[in-house]
Design a protein around this ligand. Structure first.
Ligand SMILES: Cc1cc2nc3c(=O)[nH]c(=O)nc-3n(C[C@H](O)[C@H](O)[C@H](O)COP(=O)(O)OP(=O)(O)OC[C@H]3O[C@@H](n4cnc5c(N)ncnc54)[C@H](O)[C@@H]3O)c2cc1C
Length: 406
């Protein structure tokens, strides 16, 4: 393709404004004919962006590419319409994979989520995952549940009665597979249900896939695999959570009734462990002190008032200010807590390794750019010495308010 050769002299002569003084003057707002694009006039554009009526000069810079002369108003731009998150619905599943999570306190634990993730791997596209919960439970759809079966009126912690309730539900549900977490409660329940139903149980599965389940045996020297059985327990931290789009978690009615169980257990209640003495690896809520904290007496009061387990960074343990067993991190204890509250801790990589599994992290630090602040879901950029008394005061007020109400 050939292009016309430009003649700059002729172009310049064409823009010459004749008869205006002794010096030749040119109109530079026009471009050479045929170039197609008008030359920009920044002054005129700026004038067009001006918002009238204000005492100070104000410009609407969102109008930068608006053609000159077009009216400018200060009307706010329409907010972008957020797309509703897509929910995956399995209308008529070919089969069901049931999950019985521990769901302590009506919330799925990390292990529960992994078991639901394993169930999703078994269900594939055709099947649906049905989660059986006692009472309310949050976040089932996000965890990968297509159906939710809620048992009400379950009182007490009698494990035999719970197993009988789950057996009754499973009989009415007709699930192809049933998965439990291999945890203290979940493992016990799975064994009771297996005995009650007189069915084999595949325990401690570390690989869960549609073609089979795998578990270690003989001190991890061999692996045992089996085509997906009906009842199985899933090992902790072996299977990934469900990471896909939100699922429906449609409520299923439970038509059957839980049988009355003749149990030899007279009374079953949960006795919470003393948070001050519970091992750090089992603690639910850990409050930790770092090198940025100078008032350790107030720190101990905060830990007691929050009913938390005390933790510390290595610097405090090395200096003897906190006991060695409170050290959180790679060379201390790796936590599985639901909530971690860090006061005056920088968040060195070795420390952050210890809190990688914590669901919620709250940090108080004077340095906005500290790694701990970056890791935290809730960050307070303040002096920890000022935050602690304020927190104690709020907790005391809350306790006094509760005392009056009761
Ligand atoms: C092999 C190896 C293993 C290690 N293992 C561990 C481990 O398991 N656990 C561990 O914790 N460390 C470990 N460390 C040490 C780690 O690298 C850090 O040195 C240590 O975690 C730092 O502790 P810190 O954040 O309390 O102290 P610093 O690094 O001194 O940070 C103090 C923080 O407090 C903030 N601060 C200061 N004043 C205030 C105030 N008034 N209010 C609020 N904030 C304030 C500062 O901004 C700073 O961010 C290890 C190191 C090595 C080399």
């Amino acid at each position: 393709m050939s292009r016309l050769r430009r003649d700059p002299r002729a172009e310049r002569a064409a823009h010459c404004l004749a008869g205006e003084g002794p010096r030749p003057r040119y109109d530079r707002t026009r471009r050479a004919s045929g170039s197609g694009r008008p030359r920009r006039d920044p002054r005129a554009e700026r004038e067009a962006q001006r918002i009238g009526g204000a005492a100070r000069l104000r410009y609407d810079l969102s109008q930068i590419s608006r053609p000159v002369g077009e009216a400018v108003t200060a009307a706010p731009r329409a907010a972008p319409v957020a797309e509703a998150p897509k929910t995956i619905i399995v209308e008529s599943p070919a089969f069901l994979v049931a999950v019985v999570p521990d769901a302590p306190g009506g919330r799925l634990s990390g292990h529960d989520r992994q078991v639901i993730g394993a169930a999703r791997a078994l269900a594939g596209r055709e099947g649906a995952v049905a989660v059986i919960v006692e009472g309310d439970c949050e976040g089932l759809g996000a965890a990968g549940a297509d159906r939710m079966l809620r048992l009400d009126g379950a009182e007490g912690y009698d494990p035999a009665a719970r197993a009988a309730r789950i057996e009754a539900v499973l009989a009415s549900l007709g699930a192809r597979h049933v998965l439990f977490p291999e945890s203290l409660d979940g493992g016990d329940l799975a064994r009771r249900v297996a005995v009650g139903l007189n069915e084999p149980l595949f325990t401690n599965a570390e690989v869960v896939a549609a073609k089979g389940l795998v578990r270690p045996a003989k001190g991890r020297r061999v692996e045992q695999s089996l085509a997906p059985p009906r009842l199985a327990t899933v090992a902790p931290d072996a299977v990934a959570d469900y990471a896909g789009a939100l699922r429906e978690a449609r409520a299923l009615p439970f038509e059957g009734s839980a049988p009355a169980v003749a149990t030899s257990i007279v009374s079953a209640t949960r006795i919470p462990a003393d948070p001050a003495t519970v091992p750090l690896s089992l603690a639910e809520f850990v409050v930790s002190a770092g090198n940025g904290l100078s008032d350790l007496d107030t720190f101990r009061q905060v830990v007691a008032a929050l009913h938390a387990t005390p933790g510390a960074s290595r610097v405090l343990c090395d200096s003897g200010l906190m006991p060695r067993h409170t050290q959180v991190g790679a060379s201390g204890t790796v936590l599985a807590a639901t909530c971690y509250f860090a006061l005056g801790i920088s968040g060195a990589p070795q420390h952050l390794q210890g809190v990688a599994g914590c669901e919620h992290v709250v940090a108080v630090n004077t340095d906005l750019h500290a790694a701990m602040i970056e890791r935290a879901g809730l960050a307070v950029v303040m002096d920890a010495q000022a935050v602690m008394p304020a927190l104690l005061r709020l907790l005391a007020e809350e306790a006094a308010g509760q005392g009056k109400a009761s």
